[in-house]
Design a protein around this ligand. Sequence first.
Ligand code: AVI
Length: 310
Amino acid sequence: MQMSHGSAAVIAEISAGLLVPAAHISPKFLYDGLGSKLFEAICELPEYYPTRTEAAIFAAHGADMARALGDGTTLIDLGAGNCAKAASLFPLLQPAQYVPVDISRDFLLGAVAQLQQRFPHIEMTALGLDFSHGFQLPDSVRAGRRVFFYPGSSIGNFSPEQAVEFLRSLRANGGADGGLLIGVDLIKDQALLDAAYDDALGVTGAFNLNILRHLNHLIGSDFDVGQWKHIAYFDFEHSRIEMHVEARTALTVHWHGGERRFERGERIHTEDSYKYTRQSFVNLLERAGFATSRVWTDEDNWFAVIHARM
Ligand code: AVI
C-alpha cells in the first residue's frame, strides 16, 4: 500500500464519505495536477459547450458589461486559475485593482507576474485561499467598488442551498455599491447535457476516474481504476448532472484505517453540476440579497452571464 499524503482531517473526511451506504467523495478531490490538466482538456472538447459559449457571450457583450459595472472597480476573480478570462476583459473593464483568488497560490503568482507586465497600470493582489466555505478579504483589497467575477458556471458545483450561503458571503465582503458578474449554465436538451459530461473521447471519464488515483495518494487506498467506470447523466428531479464512479465487479477497497466492500454496480457519487433557468437563478440571487441588473445569453439560451448588484 502507498504512503498516505493527506492530512488527518483529509483522511477522516474521505473515509467518512466512503463508509456511508451511499458513498460519496467531494468534487474538490477531482483537481490534483493531472485532474486540473484533464479539466483544461474538457474545456476544449466539442461536447463541452459551457466554456466556448460563455467566451462568445463575453466577446459579444463585453462593452455592455463594462458599462454596467463601471470602470475603476476592484475586480475579485474567484477561482482565477491562469487569469485568462478576466484578462480578456481588462481592456474593456479597466479595473483599478485586480484580485485573483485561487486555492493554488504558486500557479496564481506565476500567472499574475506575466499579466502585470501586460497591464502595468492595474494594481494586482493575488490571494491563495480556499473560498468555498466563505472567506474574509484582507485589508490589501481596496474597499472601493468591489466586483466579484465568478465565471464558468462553477456556482453549479454547489447545491442551491450552499450557493445561497456562498453568495451571501460575497455580499458580506462587498460594499454597498459593489456587484457580481457570474456565469451560469442553463437547462437544455438532455442529450446535449449528457454528452457534455460523457464525451466520445472519454476525457470526462478519465477526469472522473482520476479521483480514485488521487485518493490512493491521499489516503493510501488501493483503488484499481480499471475496476471502475464513469457514469454521468442529467437528473431532472434535481436539475443537475450527477457524476459517479461505478464498480465493474464486486471488490474490496482498503485504506489506512478502513476498508469497504462494493458490490458490482455500486457507485461512489463524485460531483453534481446544477443547471438553472434564468428565472430560477435570479430567484437564487434574490434569496442571497442581490438585485439582478442585466442578463446576457447566447442565441440558443444555453448559458447566461448575469450582473447583480449588492
Ligand atoms: C468546474 N465545473 C464548472 C465543471 C462543471 O461543468 O460542472 C466541472 C466538470 N465536471 C465534469 N466536466 C466538467
